[in-house]
Design a protein around this ligand. Sequence first.
Ligand SMILES: [Mn+2]
Length: 387
Amino acid sequence: MTTEAVRAALSRQEIELPSWAFGNSGTRFKVFTQPGVPRSPEEKIADAAVVHKYTGVAPSVALHIPWDKVDDYSALAAYAKEQGVRLGAINSNVFQDDDYKLGSVTHPDPAVRRKATDHLLECVDIMDQTGSRDLKLWFSDGTNYPGQDDIQDRQERLATALKEVYERLGDNQRMLLEYKLFEPAFYTTDVPDWGTSYAHCLELGPKATVCIDTGHHAPGTNIEFIVAFLLRTKKLGAFDFNSRFYADDDLMVGAADPFQLFRIMNEIVRGDALDPDRGIAFMLDQCHNIEEKIPAIIRSVMNVQEATAKALLVDRDALRTAQQSGDVLGANAALMDAYNTDVRPLLAELRESQGLDPDPVAAYKRSGYFEKITKDRADGQQAGWGA
Ligand SMILES: [Mn+2]
């Protein structure tokens, strides 16, 4: 790829920000609050718009219902537009109600399943108002003890609920089915892996696709293989980017394993799936528990950009030639040459050519925004866990 083509691809890249990353979060032991944290969906959107202002590649914000519940979603969409961003995926929440102790859409009680399915349908109603394309589904459903519930019945209940929601989707709407190996259920999880998600999506139809949350795998899982498989079968809908050392750590993407992020983006570039027109949503799903939130999110966006730039720099011809001639070391070197390239000057130049500061974190720090929100948001209830 020529330098011009690399720049063009990078300038069209889009990374979606999660509203919840701007709120307070923590571990199950403690939530540390921070000054200046948003108190409303509007303030979360305003913060997301700041990240877009300094990076130029984060034009949309994912919402979480009910965390971002408002009376008028059209007005919220208009507010986002005024701020220079748009509303993205609607994330459902069927894991924070006492009724869901034994599950939501897979609960043994049909009344609880009805309540959970109704919430998912409500999320589609919201999408109609926000203009969102994607409904993101993550189920905490599962069991803690062998024998606790019938595993096969739970799969059937899941399929039934998904089908009802799928049929409610509009022509330009999609369902993203996220999976997670374990937690909060520890014995069985009803959607534990990409294969389960893929099988349900296949059964549902073309508007159902898999969401890969990079933190939701067993240690050592080859995530880029999953990417390659789902690209081939046109069932990759989205990423929830974050990084992990142990379990679902929700740390900044690219922080724990930048090489893994590069390998993932390499499959994306190889599959010609980077452009927003290709329909894959590249979202962040992170919690900033001890670090300052807005600069952490800017840093995360930059980490994805850097991995993408390296993937775009892979000499595809040299790689293909080496692969086809059985030159194992040559093929590996073609990949590693790109990974070991310092792409920071390229990205700094790209930002300058777009009228942005070459160093988005420094530009944010100089802007006085943090001082302003700390002052403006001194009163009221901060958004986030434990709120
Ligand atoms: Mn996720």
